[in-house]
Design a protein around this ligand. Structure first.
Ligand SMILES: Nc1ncnc2c1ncn2[C@@H]1O[C@H](COP(=O)(O)OP(=O)(O)OP(=O)(O)O)[C@@H](O)[C@H]1O
Ligand SMILES: Cc1ncsc1CCO
Ligand SMILES: [Mg+2]
Length: 266
């Protein structure tokens, strides 16, 4: 049962979300945030990383196409966001794949306090030091206990962990939620996870530190938008799904989210 309605607050307050993200998905993430009712600003210029968190309501850091210069920007922006008390989300894209990604994520986690870490099972298993066969930025394969992974990350980094997949697993270290909504079309478009991380930032921006319920609602609303977008589409209609997801993010309302939510709390 979903009792919150942060979606309506998000639309009323139209939070400004600073995204330091990858070159593959930047445009799609910006469009997704706009469709949902938030305002995106995409930037990783070192020169303005101190200033942007002062005018934004959340920061989302995504390591998908890292450069050394971008790492500097992430550290400055993350620390400024912590000083200003705005929520920071980490998307550790493909973290297990290379030493550069591993070292960068270790440094980000050391120097920045994140409100949420959102990744697929492969990325999150790496962070929890649990066995998994990852494949670049894709989820790969494994049979790890994802409840354990989510709890461990949440406790270790004092944040809420959001593991996306066929069933999303969310934990703040104590509570656990499992979200069954979604569509198998999701992993066939690039950026669907990156956009989910940005959506998590937009919900946290209006949640006044009720991070766990806000992230449960964010992941549920997003998965339901995908479910509705996939209705009447064939499994190969990936291009139409890509645009239909934006349309559904724009029209989704909280009544639909409450009626269609399939969540197990335990
Ligand atoms: N097999 C599936 N069935 C239903 N929903 C899914 C499935 N796989 C992923 N999802 C949904 O897709 C969305 C994106 O999560 P996913 O785990 O695919 O992100 P990701 O691997 O980080 O993607 P990317 O790196 O391409 O941005 C989430 O809302 C998740 O619930
Ligand atoms: C395909 C890809 N490569 C680096 S980032 C990215 C987007 C999905 O995470
Ligand atoms: Mg991803």
């Amino acid at each position: 049962m979903l009792k919150t309605d942060y979606l309506s607050q998000l639309r009323q307050r139209n939070p400004l979300i600073h995204n330091i993200t990858n070159i593959v998905v930047a445009n799609y993430v910006a469009n997704g945030l706009l469709a949902l009712g938030a305002s995106p600003i995409m930037s990783s210029a070192v020169e303005e990383m101190d200033e942007l968190p002062a005018i934004c309501q959340a920061l989302v850091i995504n390591i998908g196409t890292l450069t050394a210069e971008q790492v500097k920007a992430m550290l400055i922006a993350g620390k400024a966001a912590n000083r200003h008390g705005i929520p920071v989300v980490l998307d550790p894209v493909g973290v297990g794949a290379t030493c550069f990604r591993q070292q960068t994520v270790a440094q980000l986690l050391q120097e920045i306090q994140f409100s949420a870490i959102r990744g697929n099972a492969g990325e999150m298993a790496y962070l929890a030091n649990v066995n998994w066969q990852t494949k670049g930025v894709d989820v790969g394969q494994g049979d790890a206990d994802l409840d354990h992974v989510a709890k461990k990350i949440a406790q270790q980094y004092r944040c809420t962990a959001v593991i996306s997949g066929a069933i999303d697993v969310i934990s703040d270290g104590k509570q656990l939620a499992h979200i069954q909504n979604g569509t198998p079309l999701f992993p066939h478009i690039t950026g669907s996870g990156c956009l989910l991380s940005a959506v998590c930032g937009a919900f946290l921006a209006v949640a006044q530190q009720h991070d766990f319920p806000a992230l449960v609602e964010a992941a549920t609303a997003y998965a339901i938008a995908g479910e509705l977008a996939a209705k009447n589409l064939q499994p190969q209609q990936v291009g139409q799904f890509y645009t239909a997801l934006l349309d559904k993010l724009a029209t989704l309302d909280s009544t639909q989210v409450q009626q269609l939510a399939r969540i197990d709390d335990d």
